[in-house]
Design a protein around this ligand. Structure first.
Ligand SMILES: Cc1ncc(COP(=O)(O)O)c(C=O)c1O
Length: 469
């Protein structure tokens, strides 16, 4: 490609410009914006342009791209409390730039980078207390979950790759498991009716006794239990299922236990809530999204398994153009993807530059913010909270205008309020339906969020809540 970046001076100029932009952006992320920047007429015009046949000066294009990004919703900002966001850890962004510059493909053995991926997955296992495991980086929790569940399906029916699913199987998870697990079961050809939504207790945790009753019933009806999916932090409320009790049931019935810890499992690395994850080490596989509560930029997830050979049995091929050098399977033989970027680099650099202890501290700080939010709301007549304090860092709450008691009206009010908060732009929140009612659902997974941002959260809810009531 004939590029105007091939000359030394042009390269330096664009790097200098990029450096300037990124350092301004990072400074901008340190504190929240008072309002979101609107999408301007100029941007709308830019984004309706046709394919450019000729290029412009790279600096011009770079500034246009920056305008677009600046008028976008960035999860890195401290008051982005919706969903379960990432926070664009700076060294992680640098890692992405580096990895993209080298453009290494870790589908096959890429020498040192492949070793780095193995080392980083080992560090992650160590961080969360999941020993003797090996893992791979994927593009997200959705893909990590389907990867693990594909291995579980192969373990349950080893002829599945040739014959498909030959006899009925069932998969067990709490009624509040993330829907990526349902998608995985649909895609794996079991059909969504294979999913058994096990009831949850008042802490929104799967009830192990109900799980075992369902497994016994399925076995009696000739249905083979394929996998149990336990939550290590549900998306709705941050509930951590009782992992040890579930693991004992899995072992009793010889069923693969997958832990979906996409959001919550990094908290297993903290002294503050480690006990909640007791039994994690007994699972066959675990999903961790580094792009959620390990703060690195998207997309970066890890699926860890105890039996690495199970992945090779599930995904391996021996293609003529990819001969194997030795016993060790290539990453392409143990995952869904072929071309794979070096996603591990952002986590590796993150651990090297900050040390595991800074990650533990940042996760604990988020949990403290969640506790602060819960206590403050629970102490005020203006709010309803769930009965139990948050297990991790998600705090569902409802604003309750004075005198409003009808749950349906409170739900409707909170739905409108959430839309008004998003429109207002000082804080970004998402709504969630919990136990049939509409809740505001602040999620604290951003290392930039401070107690002063929680003050703003309450001020905005109360100001807009009063104006709507
Ligand atoms: C518990 C859980 N599992 C899986 C996912 C899907 O992860 P991803 O968006 O990385 O595909 C999410 C996303 O929020 C989640 O909370």
């Amino acid at each position: 490609m004939k590029s105007n970046l091939t000359l030394g001076d042009a390269r330096k100029a664009i790097l200098t410009e990029t450096l300037e932009i990124v350092s301004t952006v990072w400074e901008g992320f340190d504190t929240a914006r008072d309002v979101e920047t609107p999408v301007t007429e100029a941007t709308l015009a830019l984004l309706s342009e046709n394919l450019p046949e000729q290029g412009v000066a790279p600096e011009t294009a770079l500034h246009q791209a920056t305008e677009v990004l600046d008028q976008s919703m960035a999860q890195s900002r401290p008051r982005f409390l919706a969903y379960i966001g990432s926070s664009g850890l700076e060294i992680g962004a640098v890692a992405d730039f580096l990895a993209a510059s080298y453009d290494i493909n870790v589908a096959l053995d890429a020498r040192a980078s492949s070793m780095l991926e193995i080392q980083t997955s080992r560090w992650l296992g160590e961080f969360i207390g999941y020993s003797n495991a090996r893992g791979l980086f994927t593009s997200g929790g959705t893909i990590s979950n389907i990867t693990a569940l594909a291995a579980a399906r192969h373990r349950a029916q080893p002829t599945v790759r040739e014959l498909g699913v030959t006899t009925p199987m069932a998969v067990y998870c709490s009624a509040e498991a993330h829907y990526s697990n349902k998608r995985a079961i649909e895609l794996l050809g079991l059909g969504s009716r294979a999913i058994r939504a096990i009831p949850i207790d008042e802490h929104h945790r799967l009830i192990p006794e109900a799980l075992e009753v369902q497994i016994l019933e399925d076995i009696a009806n000739g249905v083979q239990p394929m996998a149990i999916i336990a939550n290590a932090g549900t998306t709705l409320t941050g509930a951590v299922d009782p992992l040890r009790a579930i693991a004992e049931i899995a072992a009793r019935h010889g069923v693969w236990l997958h832990v979906d810890g996409a959001y919550g499992v990094p908290a297993a690395g903290t002294a503050l809530v480690r006990d909640l994850f007791d039994g994690l080490d007994l699972a066959d596989s675990v999903t961790i999204d580094a792009h959620k509560w390990l703060f690195v930029p998207k997309a970066c997830s890890i699926v860890l398994v105890k039996d690495y050979a199970a992945l090779a049995a599930t995904f391996g091929h021996n293609e003529a153009y990819m001969p194997h050098a030795g016993e060790e399977p290539n990453p392409v033989d143990v995952t869904l993807e072929y071309s794979r970027p070096l996603r591990a680099l952002k986590m590796w650099l993150g651990f090297k530059a900050h040390g595991a202890s800074e990650f533990r501290d940042a996760i604990e700080a988020n949990i403290w913010l969640a506790r602060l939010t819960f206590e403050r709301a629970a102490a005020s007549p203006l709010y309803r909270t769930l009965t139990n304090a948050p297990q991790l860092s998600i705090v569902p709450l409802q604003h309750v205008p004075l005198g409003m008691t009808d749950p349906a009206l409170i739900s409707a009010h909170n739905k409108k309020l959430c839309a008004a908060i998003v429109e207002d732009g000082r804080v970004y929140l998402s709504p969630a339906v919990i136990d049939g009612e509409m809740w505001l659902r602040p999620c604290f997974t951003n290392f930039r969020t401070r107690p002063s941002d929680v003050d703003v959260l309450f001020a905005v809810i109360e100001e807009l809540g009063a104006s709507l009531a």
